[in-house]
Design a protein around this ligand. Structure first.
Ligand SMILES: O=C(O)CCC(=O)C(=O)O
Ligand SMILES: [Fe+2]
Length: 237
């Protein structure tokens, strides 16, 4: 994974362009159930297998094959969820139209601190910001002197972004609700040297016009209840 580390950014974020092929992208998009969307004011989403309970517990049930092949198999080859107690057991599907985004937030304690996000269709910028509170850091003499640090990470279609450890614990992430990302260049985009296609951004003077973007966010929910599967589950495989 070392070759995919985003330089100069939260110490523990990795970006892989073209993690899936165009054919795989299309097949997965076509597998997303059309009738299971939950609409929020600024995006719509689906939680697979289900949303967590009020106590952040997952009622265990396997992810469908279209979410695991080839994506989770590739995570395993790269060892992404190696230290996670259950491996991957949850996937959140988010859809953003142009002008939609997600407020800066952290994913919190319900999950093992590894997040793997695969992007589909449109590109957009994920804004990552150090939490404001002054957490003392080794060798971080400049930390917090100029306010929280921030990084812009461009997520291209078919790419994978992995966030682990300190980046998971010490930063917030969000997506601006704009119709265009502007001022994108090698100085402003933290993963510029890892992008698959910088030429089209340069050709459009550093602008990325938003189109519909879908993301699959894979995680390991820490608390799992097998009651559901004990009651109902004689299912094989
Ligand atoms: O769509 C994304 O890339 C981010 C989604 C996200 O942050 C979340 O669902 O917690
Ligand atoms: Fe998040």
């Amino acid at each position: 994974m070392e070759q995919y580390r985003i330089p100069d950014a939260p110490v523990s974020m990795f970006y892989i362009h073209d993690f899936i092929t165009e054919e795989e992208e299309q097949a997965i998009l076509q597998s997303i159930p059309a009738k299971r969307w939950v609409s929020l004011s600024h995006r719509r989403l689906q939680a697979v297998p289900t949303r967590l309970t009020a106590t952040n517990t997952l009622l265990a049930s396997p992810l469908p094959t279209w979410l695991t092949v080839p994506i989770v198999s590739r995570f395993n080859e790269l060892g992404i969820f190696e230290g996670a107690p259950h491996g991957v057991n949850h996937c959140l599907i988010n859809e953003y139209l142009p002008g939609q985004g997600i407020m800066p937030h952290e994913d919190g304690g319900a999950y093992h601190p590894v997040v793997a996000t695969v992007s589909f269709s449109g590109s957009l910028v994920l804004d990552v910001t150090e939490k404001g509170a002054s957490i003392p850091r080794d060798g971080g003499a400049d930390a917090n002197q100029d306010g929280p640090k921030s990084w812009r990470i461009l997520q291209e279609p078919r790419s994978l972004l992995v966030t682990v450890g300190a980046a998971y614990d010490d930063t917030l992430h969000g997506i601006a609700d704009v119709t265009e990302d502007v001022d994108l260049n090698k100085h402003t985009v933290a993963n510029w040297n890892l992008l698959g296609d910088t030429q089209s951004i340069e050709a459009s003077q550093g602008r990325n016009e938003r189109t519909t973007r879908i993301s699959l966010t894979y995680r390991d929910v820490k608390k799992v209840s097998t009651i559901g599967s004990k009651l109902f589950g004689k299912a094989k495989g």
